[in-house]
Design a protein around this ligand. Sequence first.
Ligand code: CA
Length: 338
Amino acid sequence: MTKPPASKVISDIDYEKEGRQVSRLFMPHSHNDSAWGAVAIPVVVVKNGSGPTLLLTAGTHGDEYEGQIALLELARTLRPEQIQGRVIIIPALHFPACQVGKRLSPIDGRDINRSFPGDPAGSFAQALAHYVTNFLLPLADVNIDLHSGGRSLDCLPSTMSHILDDKAVLERTIALAKAFGAPLHVMNREVDGAHTFQSTAERMGVISMSSELGGCNRVSLDGLAIARRGIVNALVHLGIADGQIERPAEPTRAMVIPASGDYGFAPASGIYCPRVPLGAIVSAGDAVGDIYRIEDPELPPHPVVARRAGMLWCQRGQGRIQTGDSSAVVVSAYEAAP
Ligand code: CA
């Protein structure tokens, strides 16, 4: 096996050690008030014998909170005797972004989820992505990276994965999503998806799932409940924990966003006003919202129309919108290829 390029990350974690370890990943960060300082990213590793490894992450975007809370709870409580295998938990991965509750890092202005597979000599986000790619993902059979809509989006609580060409991997990912038990599992072709955590994990053969559990820069109680139940269900599904999968009242519906052009890029700038709530069933061409232009009271609002028939799944999570922002996304029912 070739040795991965050295990382700047300093840690006393031994991922092969049995038992429970609570420590930090120290990413050096030299600044005016801390010459030899580091950003300390909490990590909890729980291992008991042989079995699958689940890498659980949240806080990849700092303004997405349900996953951070659910993983903080799991990190505080999970004990080796409850599992067979290994669980690596990082509740606030892009820690500087999480500290300020923003999508991007205040250190380098980067979105870590556009910085993969990373660069050990790059900026903070690039060096952290490199550590994840080269030191965490090679240990993992499965990665669940918990996201929400952040301040800019509001999404129906869902798990997410990519539309994959490998049918066996696709089926394993859908089975994981159905065990997790969110109301919807949405499969997509991402906007600018080549340099994400998830696409990197997929290229490395790791079963990879994320989520959208709410948005609008606040905590969704529904989304948090789904995350709490889903994580335990995933541990049982993967054979890491004993127990029964707690099924939701309605089984998970598999949905799809077929093309990256379906993200509803806004046709104008202004204030986005939804016409229909999330979950509404719409036809292609239906107006789902309006953009009000404050510059000219004589201009009528610019309608935003659904590109396809389906369910309104995501819409703007804050009032102001700029031309090109994602305004409204409709998902269609997924029909497995014969
Ligand atoms: Ca996100």
